[in-house]
Design a binder for this molecule. Sequence first.
Ligand code: GLN
Ligand code: ZN
Length: 761
Amino acid sequence: MVISSNLGFPRIGPNRELKKALEGFWAGTIDERALRETFRAIRRQSWQWQQEAGIRHIPSNDFSMYDQVLDTSVMVGAVPTRFAWDGNAVSLASYFAMARGDAAQNIAAMEMTKWFDTNYHYLVPELQPGQTFRLCSTKPVDEFLEAKALGIQTRPVLIGPVTYLLLGKSQVTGFDNLSLLDALLPVYEELLGKLADAGAEWIQMDEPCLATDLDANAQAALRHIYQRLSAVSPKLSLLVAGYFGPLRDNLATAASLPVQALHVDLVRGEGELDALLRVLPKSTMLSLGVVDGRNIWRTDLDTARRLVRQAVNAMGEDRVIVGPSCSLLHVPVDLESETTLRADVRQWLAFGRQKLSEIVALAECNAGEAAMHSLLAENAAAIKDRRCSPLARNADVRRRIDAITPKMAQRANSYPKRRTIQQEAIPLPLFPTTTIGSFPQTPEIRSARSKFKRGELSQDQYDAFLHKTLTETIQFQEEVGLDVLVHGEAERNDMVEYFGEQLEGFAFTGNGWVQSYGSRCVKPPIIFGDVRRPTPMTVRWAKEAMKCTPKPVKGMLTGPVTILCWSFVRDDQPRSETCRQIALAIRDEVHDLEAAGVKIIQIDEPALREGLPLREADRPEYLRWAVESFRLASSGVADATQIHTHMCYSEFNHILEAVAALDADVISIETARSNMELLSAFRDHKYPNEIGPGVYDIHSPQIPTVESMVALLKKALEVLKPEQVWVNPDCGLKTRAWAEVRLSLENMVAAARSLREQARR
Ligand code: GLN
Ligand code: ZN
């Protein structure tokens, strides 16, 4: 029999129980016992759902109180010294301090970064030369036994040692993380021994590094490690799981690992099945990741079945496992809880629980038509409906896409010419001051929005509230003395959702939450069809703002790449195609803003960098269409209209050429935390346009001093010409409180004035 398996289940709970419990615990409203009880209930529920669905290899240790990489650091004793760890089991307080920092004792949290190319964030292991490791937690064993006590045999999931080390960071430049492998190995050996003693039969070793560029050293490390780990216990079978992409040049290494099973991502690496079947040793089982763990569309079971059949024919059914492409962590829990999602789109979707049923159907129906599964007929109908649906295609949009010319992605004149024209059109002082767009999203704003959504506030009442907020925000900026004002974004819940809700081709879930990090969840929109902007989306707010002030007001839009990256995207056409459609919609909005008299328009692209493919070889192609989409959105304006963009990532250096190619007149970027370091890249590259290097970190509650910001700006001026420099915070201010914002911005304006003063002398 083909084995049905799962690589990991969402751990937030069907109603974000994880988030609520964590926040309650941090706020002191629930105690540790209640917290742990909630976690146990979430685990029990997930295991039972998987068991009921008929999954045979059910994962355990896929749960985490905060993050699975942090769990691994804590388990192997990789606790940074600043947390004053005594060497025993890490306490709950220390665990959360590592995750979130300890404000009382002024200890910084561990750094957080994106988990491969997902929107999930993990805590980066901090590695030291000569570091030692020790098994400090039995979490995988405990959770295995917890499931066992419920009568459920599970497959514990561990982050493989090679991936774990490669994800780490060391302060020492040039340090080879993998040099710690031999120190780490005994910890894994000890753990596997304990799991075997506890009765585990299969262990899932996640090695998503297999989808990245690995050098010969890393490939050798994989072979070495699994040679050793497979020798730990004859009772254990190891499954090494690669996911998030095809194996490519890692295929031979992956196939040759001396383990019982290899899992591969056949959603992104569909074409590799043939090669795998050719090279996989007779003794190795193959786990086929044919159900997309990264997206919410129903699997085309007919197509997936053909892959399963091909593997079964080549290997025999006893050597084939069927599962999701990766852990289901990246999709919402259950489609059943969607009550408001439009029905025509809903029938095309599968969330976590529905994907379990798909996996089981695929495992059960491999034997041929005899085992025809009831889900198959229903699935075929839904797939056909989606494929032929007029909902997904709009002739108008298609015509416009076909009519795109290269000229449309090009401003009329080059930047130096535009600059002269813009200086005339928009008189500004040297070192102009501005903000990134949002102002505090106060409890009043959030409450008004939810009252409006619940129907407790009428449209008129809500509009009046927003108008009042906008007026006050403009007045505030005038008082503080900013040069370029914004309307404040009070009407926006989220910078992507707000636009998606006004565009055709988008659908929204009521409960489709996905973990972003720790207690944070996001609810990505679903792009199911051609994207079109039926009516202006922001013009009204820009107009209102302009009425309140003689100062220039900046229109505020989210860029096409960011809208794409933070949504679930249709998989029936290339992402680049969907991105261009969004770009045209934003282009229409830019056009209307300009026509309404808005002279400065900012198009935010904070996600430009995170959309980068994992493999170096795929990056130029991505950057090509991403940049083209931004330019398509922004280039339809007159030379006199100033285009801004905003990005908030400290690691720009390797995509700086693409950033420059956006050809925005002004870019604001996050730099305060990295102490302006990234600007060196701008020097080397001789960035020609204007830049607002963020002068203070909006994530910190500290009020930045005038001196600190003057110092940062002076540092920037070592690299940039005075005429190039704008003065602004690192990012939007929506998470801050008004009192802090006032003091911070007053200081920021004072810093700009002091520099102007000095420039005059
Ligand atoms: N304009 C947005 C804001 O100010 C930008 C947010 C972002 O960069 N993530 O909130
Ligand atoms: Zn930002």
